[in-house]
Design a protein around this ligand. Structure first.
Ligand code: CU
Ligand code: CU
Length: 289
């Protein structure tokens, strides 16, 4: 039976505790860090050459949908009543929102070293030591709003702009695609070097610290962020029922700059060998409340 993913702001105290406890149990088992590792291993971008399955690519949404499902199933093996909540960052925009409470994800990092010192994922609590993508220290880091060069969370209008796109994705199928839902919601700057990010990428920027790079899974807010991105993809499909749910339909041919670099709907996504097309409809797996 399909389970339900809830808006994090409507979780009860008990639901928050069960989610946090399941995440901490996964960390103790060493399984959590395997998810961090997988994300690092699939962080290839436009400049890296070779196949891109997770980022700067049409399969950005289906790859992360599968990744979230695997994580959610791992949590449910610990507590069958848990699912991954979502963070609607167009609505919950305050550094002091309940999302960042002592009883849930903990708050901002300290201004000197970005170290998170509150909540269940503070290093000092003894349950959350960073072991993958360790940079400054083995503690979780955040830097809300990037004070040195301030950024704001994406607005509802910015998100609506992405959801208004009538095509799923567009050539050249990478971070420079100037139209299509995928790049507008993934959020790469359309012009090289204009130094701005949008939607999904801007949220990673706003949280800062570990959320900035390949090791972003080290911050549990990663899952709540991507759960909302997944919901937005689902909303786009409902809004554009006649659009192809995924593009490209066929792999770019020989001579195309994207030959061998992006997946078509029938191709399988490593590391799971799950076809892209199996991830285009989540209604039998879970629903959003
Ligand atoms: Cu990712
Ligand atoms: Cu992301």
């Amino acid at each position: 039976m399909a389970h339900t993913r809830q808006n994090q702001r409507s979780l009860t105290k008990a639901q928050k505790r069960r989610f946090v406890d399941a995440v901490l149990a996964l960390k103790r088992q060493g399984r959590y860090d395997e998810f961090v590792r997988t994300h690092i291993d699939f962080y290839q971008g436009d400049g890296d050459g070779g196949l891109r399955v997770a980022h700067m690519t049409p399969s950005f949404f289906p790859w992360h949908r599968k990744f979230l499902l695997e994580f959610e199933r791992a949590l449910q093996r610990i507590d069958a009543g848990v699912s991954v909540p979502y963070w609607d960052w167009t609505a919950d925009r305050s550094p002091t929102s309940s999302l960042w409470g002592e009883d849930f994800l903990g708050g901002n990092g300290h201004s000197s070293d970005r170290r998170v010192t509150t909540g269940p994922f503070a290093r000092g609590g003894g349950h959350w030591t960073i072991t993958e993508a360790v940079t400054d220290g083995d503690f979780l880091m955040r830097e809300f709003g990037r004070p040195r060069q301030p950024v704001s969370l994406p607005s509802a209008a910015q998100l609506a702009g992405a959801l208004g796109e009538s095509r799923y994705d567009a050539e050249p199928w990478n971070s420079t695609a100037s139209s299509g839902l995928r790049n507008k919601l993934e959020g790469w700057p359309v012009r090289r070097g204009d130094g701005t990010w949008f939607n999904h990428n801007l949220v990673h920027r706003w949280v800062g610290g570990h959320m900035l790079g390949a090791g972003s899974v080290n911050d549990p807010v990663f899952w709540l962020h991507h759960s909302f991105v997944d919901l937005c993809w689902s909303r786009w499909r409902a809004k554009h029922p006649k659009a192809d749910p995924y593009l490209p339909l066929r792999r770019p041919g020989l001579g195309d700059s994207q030959h061998g670099r992006v997946l078509a709907a029938g191709d399988v996504m490593p590391p799971w060998n799950t076809p892209v097309r199996d991830m285009l409809d989540h209604s039998t797996l879970y629903r959003y409340a």
